[in-house]
Design a protein around this ligand. Structure first.
Ligand SMILES: CC(=O)SCCNC(=O)CCNC(=O)[C@H](O)C(C)(C)COP(=O)(O)OP(=O)(O)OC[C@H]1O[C@@H](n2cnc3c(N)ncnc32)[C@H](O)[C@@H]1OP(=O)(O)O
Ligand SMILES: O=C(O)CCC(=O)C(=O)O
Length: 383
């Protein structure tokens, strides 16, 4: 596989387009503007921000995003037809994604055309966009099921007509990271002059892994969404892709990660899709430690059981006491409550802690811990 030291990776976040395509999700204009500001504020370089062909309300939304004057480049989604691109031009954006369905399945059974028909669509739409000086990503919808030589042909036409990059979409989320790597690498080799963008879906739980595989194979642009929102099982999550690039790949995408938790909560509320507490990177409880050996290890040195510091993503560490606790965790938790326990006292409380946790089927609250401690004191005094 390629070394981590490759030219800068660009995040194109599509929370405002594919994220909002999550069945049942609608962002208000105020929410869209706020999400755009938040993402721009942490350094996300591109925002796929809407579909002007949808109508006047969507165009008004996109115009308002343009008016924000963000640093991030705004890019809209378009079918490969001139009226869609005209609608984008009317919003004042300088960049468009022009989407082609590229698998034989979709060409025959959705578009009801042929590969030749798709090539014609590309030439017409890309030619028009370039006449209007737009920056163009050509989107290969369903590229993961398409014939690679056909994709290379489309990329070559894109390059020759001045297109700026090609988006390799695993539209149905059916690839594994090894196949993703091989396909993107093959396209990179076939048309090395044209940048590749990868767009991955999470139907098999591999969106983030596939995004990383695409980057390792030479893609320079990667699509993400906050919390992994998006069609069906969603897209690669912004927070996962960025932290995986930094920690697993040694690639710094130049994003300020400290506001990930805040942004995740905001999008969770705006989308009415609350973030599960165990959600990788931003879940409220992913830095909670209950198990005895883990709590002991973390108390001694957090690096024993944490791959990165919670503050890097705006979270906090929690030591909780429950069924699997040991004495170190118990002593630490009581210390947080202002109660100094000796190890012997902690050991003698363990049985009662486990019994109560088993009964209530969760970790113990501050009140429950205090009352167990009070009972122990009373018993000791009575003895
Ligand atoms: C994989 C993705 O996520 S791609 C993004 C998809 N996003 C969305 O669909 C959300 C917003 N969509 C919409 O508001 C509407 O679907 C619109 C405005 C785009 C189109 O609306 P309508 O004109 O009413 O058509 P409808 O929704 O039924 O779309 C189907 C048409 O688009 C055509 N189409 C689909 N993909 C493409 C493409 N890449 N290029 C050109 N035409 C396309 C279909 O062939 C079909 O045309 P037909 O009726 O001649 O067979
Ligand atoms: O740009 C495109 O062609 C489609 C992008 C997309 O949302 C997908 O393929 O899942």
């Amino acid at each position: 596989m390629e070394s981590a030291n490759q030219s800068k990776v660009i995040i194109d976040d599509t929370t405002l387009r594919d994220g909002e395509q999550t069945a049942g999700v609608v962002f208000s204009k105020r929410e869209k503007l706020a999400i755009a500001r938040l993402l721009d504020g942490i350094g996300v370089q591109e925002l796929e921000c809407g579909i002007p062909a949808m109508g006047e309300e969507e165009r008004d939304m996109v115009r308002s995003l343009v008016d924000l004057g963000l640093n991030a480049r705004l890019i809209t989604w378009n079918r490969a037809v001139i009226p869609d691109i005209e609608a984008s031009l009317a919003c004042g954006v300088g960049a468009v994604d022009i989407s082609l369905s590229v698998s034989d399945q979709m060409i025959a059974h959705k578009l009801h055309t042929s590969r030749v028909g798709v090539v014609e669509q590309l030439k017409r739409a890309l030619g028009f966009a370039k006449e209007h000086s737009l920056y163009v990503s050509v989107g290969g919808e369903d590229a993961s099921r398409a014939d690679l030589s056909f994709l290379a042909e489309l990329m070559e036409i894109t390059r020759a007509l001045g297109g700026d990059r090609f988006r390799f979409c695993d539209t149905l989320g059916i690839l594994d990271p090894f196949t993703m790597y091989e396909k993107v690498k093959a396209l990179r080799t076939a048309v090395p002059e044209l940048d590749i963008e990868v767009h991955t879906h999470n139907d098999l739980g591999m969106a983030t892994a596939n995004a990383i595989a695409g980057i390792k194979a030479g893609a320079r642009f990667v699509n993400t969404t906050v919390n992994g929102l998006g069609e069906r099982a969603g897209n690669a999550a912004l927070e996962e892709v960025v932290m995986a690039l930094k920690l697993a790949c040694g690639i710094d995408p130049a994003i300020d990660t400290h506001r990930f938790h805040e942004i995740s909560r905001f999008v969770g509320r705006a989308s009415q899709r609350p973030v599960p507490p165990w959600k990788a990177v931003v879940g409220e409880r992913v830095f909670s430690h209950e198990s005895g050996l883990h709590a002991d290890g973390v108390i001694k040195d957090s690096r024993n059981y944490e791959g990165f510091d919670p503050s890097e993503v705006g979270l906090r560490r929690h030591i909780v006491v429950g069924k699997h606790s040991g004495t170190s965790g118990l002593v630490e938790r009581y210390r947080e409550l202002g109660i100094e326990l000796s190890r012997d006292e902690a050991t003698s409380l363990m049985g009662a802690v486990r019994t109560m946790a088993q009964r209530v089927k969760r970790s113990l609250s501050d009140g429950e811990l205090r009352s167990l401690h009070d009972s122990m004191q009373l018993t000791l005094r009575a003895a």
